[in-house]
Ligand binder design. Structure first.
Ligand SMILES: [Zn+2]
Length: 207
């Protein structure tokens, strides 16, 4: 069964902050220079070199400030409210969290998550079935990692991500094929770790 980030069991996971700094990913892995926890950066680099020749990871987002997460929640919440005017607040939160994480458990705010895809030797994005950040509404549900209705290439590429990132201990959020995390509360719940390693980071201070 799918565990969503709004699940009370995610919030119940304790965080024992390990204090690892945020570091900037190398440009060949993340042209935007995404920031992530040092331990996550190492795992991403290890996954990257295990890809077939000519295929690379491309990280498009890492650490996200709290204010940015709040703005994303408000924007998507407003969209959903317009689509489903009859639902109450709790249901709206559940629907929103299929796609956007509440701040206190947000993996990106902890520097514990990345949004990524695969690129070829020219740096062009491979077919993963939907655009990164496609909502369930926009993609008719094909943003779900296990979704039907994507081509064989897209399926193979999603499976390849799962193989190399899973081998490094990362976990995927099932509604977003591009979202992978390590050390956050969601990761701890899914992997049955005793506690999360990374809590929210308020200010990005990395070089
Ligand atoms: Zn994400």
């Amino acid at each position: 069964m799918t565990i969503l980030l709004s699940d009370p069991r995610v919030r119940a996971v304790p965080v024992v902050e390990c204090g690892e700094p945020l570091v900037r990913l190398p440009r060949d892995l993340s042209p935007v220079g995404a920031l992530v926890r040092a331990g996550l950066a190492q795992r991403l680099m290890a996954a990257d070199i295990r890809l077939p020749w000519g295929v690379r990871l491309r990280v498009v987002e890492g650490h996200r400030p709290v204010e940015e997460q709040q703005a994303i929640i408000a924007s998507y919440g407003a969209t959903l409210r317009a689509l489903h005017p009859q639902v109450d607040g709790a249901e709206l939160e559940r629907l929103t969290s299929r796609f956007v994480s509440p701040v206190d458990v947000a993996p990106h705010v902890a520097g514990a998550a990345v949004d990524l895809t695969l690129v070829d030797a020219c740096g062009d994005e491979l077919d993963l079935g939907t655009a990164i950040d496609a909502t369930p509404e926009q993609s008719d549900g094909r943003c779900w990692t296990a979704a039907d209705g994507i081509g064989a290439d897209a399926r193979a590429h999603r499976d390849l991500l799962a193989e190399v990132l899973g081998a490094q201990g990362l976990v995927n959020y099932p509604t977003e094929w591009w979202h992978w995390s390590f050390g956050d509360r969601y990761w701890a719940l899914v992997t049955e770790a005793r506690h999360a390693l990374y809590g929210p980071v308020a200010v990005a201070v990395a070089a």
